[in-house]
Write a protein that binds this ligand. Structure first.
Ligand code: AHR
Length: 612
């Protein structure tokens, strides 16, 4: 029996509980959300070879292909692909990220920088074609290339046949030497901002209120030169040198600061900006003081780029980059997981950032990455006197998530607010299975019941490329290959919770709550939360058991009407969605005549009804 005490004062809850967190992991941007189709567009992926590029010849052609550092386009683009054609007919192809996607009847936009040396430059033929070159999906030509570096643009209109495994080719008609760099090809993207539409639609379905970016480990980098250096991620793509992601592959930084901000704008999310804080994953760090100050100044400049008007230096730069209007910003996070910095330098580093940010931007709220009570066993206390919000990260299995569902019931309300900046039930691969969704749902009821104190939460990692070699971290929320994308059961659990959320917490109580036992430990097997907004109640019920559970719902101080129910369930905890079976587990909506429900085995239920 579950009672909703509507005659007891409600507790106001966070207006932005559910958000997103991403970083360059699992080919989240490169080969993922950032819809550049050319892999290794600036020829930096390998020092020795033109990785992902091939030389193609005809029976009579003679040509070689090599990397060239003698003819830099600029400081950011020092490498080019040199194609020496002794006998005409040869060309180069790019295989894309696990194939170039061909979506029928669309106009792809492309460009490259090129120069030519030889007797007679001839037009180039550009194609999207099958891996053997026999099927042509789109074709165009580009005028003869000149002797100096110049950007050439083109469009390619695809025909009616789709393909997940095409390649892009460039074939000069004549002979001579060609240099190419910054070769780029985009299909139509979401709001024309360069991001992959099907992934954006899935993300929009989660109704996220904020985006924590750019990491995660990605903001820290493996070492100082591979930190996320925001100033090298803005402006024209050919001015961005790119860098090595800590997850083992290069980022072009095409997904730069402005792209993150426009992503926020497109999905009506607030940016939650994580700034580099002087600590890198190889455990290098700067102690507080003059050597740290340039990084503090960088963070202040970054905040100005986000929020400053066009009369400020960095606001003017943002306008020049194409976005005159400032973006809203309320939260800045200092670093990421600095509890791993065993030197103890964080307290001083945090203080230096905090004081500088608060002096210039007193309205901003600053987030500490250490000080979580349960995170890393509370290894370090929150930085003294300056902690408003603490970021805690939890990666657990379903049992642990369920065992900790009441964790926040006991947090001291006079302490710092909690941002669960990364959390996930890690079961299933590459995306989660239904047991993970059950753990997630149990955990989310705990966050909702405490959403006066737990003010924000973002699942991680969000995205995974499911092709071989695409995943560095298993149990992710959304999977995709070249042509299609899907949500895991955890995705649907989170979307259900986020789309049915009030602005106040209803006091609840329950008796005869079923339990589950493992290794002599007994925990709940039924979880619930209730929130309300404008006389609508959102009740979430989670049955982690293999048997149905009957729930009687009582309401004190009100009567109810018009109930709708969404049920997400699976036949077994290992049930899941996959790239080939993407809709196996999805919510089913029904209209119900009673709040007393028999919850199916392994199920997540949301009941929405009006009260008066
Ligand atoms: O989400 C994967 C990684 O987990 C993040 O980069 C890091 O912050 C955490 O350790």
């Amino acid at each position: 029996r579950l009672t909703l005490h509507l005659d007891t004062p409600m507790v106001a809850m966070s207006p932005r509980l559910y958000g997103l967190m991403t970083e360059e992991i699992n080919f989240s941007y490169e080969g993922g959300l950032y819809d550049e189709l050319i892999r290794n567009r600036s020829f930096k992926d390998s020092a020795k070879t033109a990785a992902f590029w091939s030389l193609v010849q005809t029976p009579t052609s003679q040509a070689t292909m090599s990397l060239d550092r003698q003819h830099p386009l600029n400081d950011a683009m020092p490498v080019s692909l040199r194609l020496d054609i002794a006998k005409a007919g040869a060309g180069v192809t790019n295989q894309g990220f696990w194939g170039i996607p061909v979506r029928p009847n669309q106009v792809y936009k492309g460009s490259f920088y090129a120069k030519y040396k030889g007797a007679s430059s001839q037009p180039l033929t550009l194609k999207i074609e099958s891996p053997d070159g026999d099927t042509v999906f789109a074709q165009t030509t580009v005028d003869p290339i000149g002797n100096d570096w110049k950007q050439y643009t083109f469009t390619l209109k695809t025909a009616g046949t789709p393909s997940a495994n095409a390649r892009f080719s460039i074939r000069p008609a004549g002979e001579g030497t060609y240099w190419f760099t910054q070769v780029s090809l985009f299909p139509p993207t979401y709001d024309d901002h360069g991001l992959r539409p099907d992934l954006m639609q899935l993300l929009a379905g989660m109704k996220p209120s904020f985006l924590r970016f750019p990491g995660g480990n990605y903001v820290e980098g493996w070492n100082f030169s591979n930190r996320w250096n925001w100033k090298e991620t803005i402006g024209p793509a050919e001015q961005r040198p790119g860098h090595l992601s800590p997850w083992g592959y290069r980022s072009t930084d095409g997904m730069g600061l402005l792209e993150f901000l426009e992503w926020c704008e497109d999905l009506h999310m607030e940016p939650l900006l994580a700034v580099f804080a002087g600590y890198t994953l190889n455990t290098d760090y700067l102690t507080a003081g003059p050597f740290l100050q340039p990084f503090v100044d960088d963070a202040l400049d970054e905040i100005e780029y986000v929020t400053g008007d066009v009369h400020t230096k960095w606001g003017a730069q943002r306008a020049k980059d194409g976005h005159p209007d400032p973006f809203p910003l309320h939260f800045v996070e200092i670093g990421n997981e600095d509890g791993f910095d065993l030197s103890g330098s964080y307290e001083g580093r945090y203080a230096q950032f905090y004081d500088a940010i608060k002096t210039k931007y007193p309205g901003l709220q600053v987030i500490s990455t250490v000080g979580g009570k349960d995170w890393l066993g509370g290894r370090f206390p929150a930085p003294a006197g300056r902690t408003e919000i603490v970021d805690e990260h939890y990666y657990r299995n379903a049992w642990e998530m369920e065992a900790h569902a009441h964790q926040y019931d006991h947090y001291d309300r006079s302490g710092p607010k909690v941002f669960v900046g990364e959390w996930a039930t890690r079961e299933g691969s590459p995306t989660t299975n239904f047991n993970a969704a059950l753990g997630d749902a149990a955990w989310m009821t705990g966050m909702e019941n405490n959403a006066d104190h737990v003010i924000m939460a973002s699942y991680a990692p969000l995205l995974v490329r499911v092709d071989p070699g695409g995943m560095q971290w298993r149990s992710d929320l959304i999977g995709y290959n070249t042509l299609t994308a899907y949500g895991s059961p955890s995705y649907y659990a989170q979307a259900l919770f986020s789309n049915h959320l009030g602005n106040a917490i209803i006091k609840t109580s329950a008796d005869n709550v079923p339990t589950q036992t493992k290794d002599d430990k007994t925990i709940d097997a039924f979880f619930y939360s209730a929130t309300t907004k404008n006389d609508t109640v959102y009740l979430k019920l989670v049955n982690t058991q293999s048997t149905a559970q009957k729930v009687v719902v009582d309401i004190t101080g009100a009567t109810w009407k018009s109930a709708t129910m969404w049920t997400l369930k699976a036949d077994s905890p290992t049930g899941t969605n996959t790239i080939d079976d993407p809709q196996k587990i999805v919510p089913v909506e029904t209209t119900v005549k009673t709040l007393n429900q028999t919850l199916p085995p392994y199920s997540i239920t949301v009941l929405q009804f009006m009260v008066q």
